[in-house]
Design a protein around this ligand. Structure first.
Ligand SMILES: [Ca+2]
Length: 253
């Protein structure tokens, strides 16, 4: 997975997937209901009212997407001290342990307080043939010709720092047989790989740039398009928006 600059959008997920934690809270509430006085008994003294506790700041967010030792109990203990943590799990990560167990442990260790998100990125993908985690991404990108490319057919990189290649996320790319372009297709893939597999609270979308950072034939008409062209920038932003819309569609509140 690529590591990139952090222009981001965070899509909140519904909390109905933390059922285990909620069940624990409900169980505690049974014992917290005050005992009602018997008929005819002296009413109990009214307890003094107290103002709701003020929120405590600062709160800490960890971008713990580098190291992948999420099954290490000591690391889980450290992560659980955060208020929000973004993980960088990948397809096929330690299936014998499983993503769900990581999240369950973090929530238990934090007393149900921590908010856990998973990193995703739309605008680029690596193309390392040895990387099994991205094999499905690369297969689809190659199959559909969804890589961003110039009119001469060469692929483009907004940076060489992460060994990734840009993807055409605009409506200038062609849809697949199901009518999906990469933004919708990736949202469904992320849902399948991460957000159905474990009770994440956040869907972290990285690299939300306001316009492309490279020249390419974004609309596919055979001539290169400058990222400074407002129409190109708008089409690029629409690609990000399309992903968020699809996330909401397939993972509603
Ligand atoms: Ca063009």
């Amino acid at each position: 997975m690529c590591r990139t600059e952090h222009s981001l959008a965070i899509v909140n997920l519904p909390l109905n997937r933390i059922s285990a934690t909620l069940a624990a809270i409900v169980a505690c509430c049974v014992f917290m209901i005050p005992v009602l006085p018997a008929v005819g008994a002296e009413p109990a003294a009214t307890p003094p009212t107290t103002a709701p506790a003020a929120a405590v700041f600062p709160r800490l967010l960890g971008m713990n997407i580098g190291a992948k030792n999420y099954d290490d109990p000591a690391y889980q203990q450290q992560l659980s001290r955060l208020d929000v943590v973004i993980l960088g799990l990948y397809r096929g990560w330690k299936p014998q342990y499983g993503m769900e167990k990581v999240l369950r442990n973090l929530k238990e260790l934090s007393g149900g307080r921590i908010i856990v998100g998973q990193y995703t990125v739309l605008n680029e993908c690596g193309d390392n043939p040895k990387d099994a985690a991205t094999l499905d991404l690369r297969t689809k990108l190659n199959e559909m010709g969804w890589w961003a490319h110039k009119a001469d057919g060469s692929r483009v990189q907004w940076t060489r720092q992460y060994n990734c290649w840009d993807i055409n996320i605009t409506s200038g790319s062609k849809p697949d047989a199901a009518g999906l372009r990469y933004p919708q297709w990736l949202a469904e893939r992320s849902e399948r790989v991460y957000f159905k597999a474990a009770p994440f609270d956040l869907w972290y979308c990285d690299n939300v740039f306001g316009k492309p950072r490279v020249t390419a034939d974004w609309d596919g008409n055979g001539t290169d398009d400058s990222p400074k062209d407002p129409a190109v920038a708008a089409a690029y932003r629409s690609g990000h928006h399309a992903e968020w819309d699809h996330i909401r569609k397939i993972h509603p509140k």
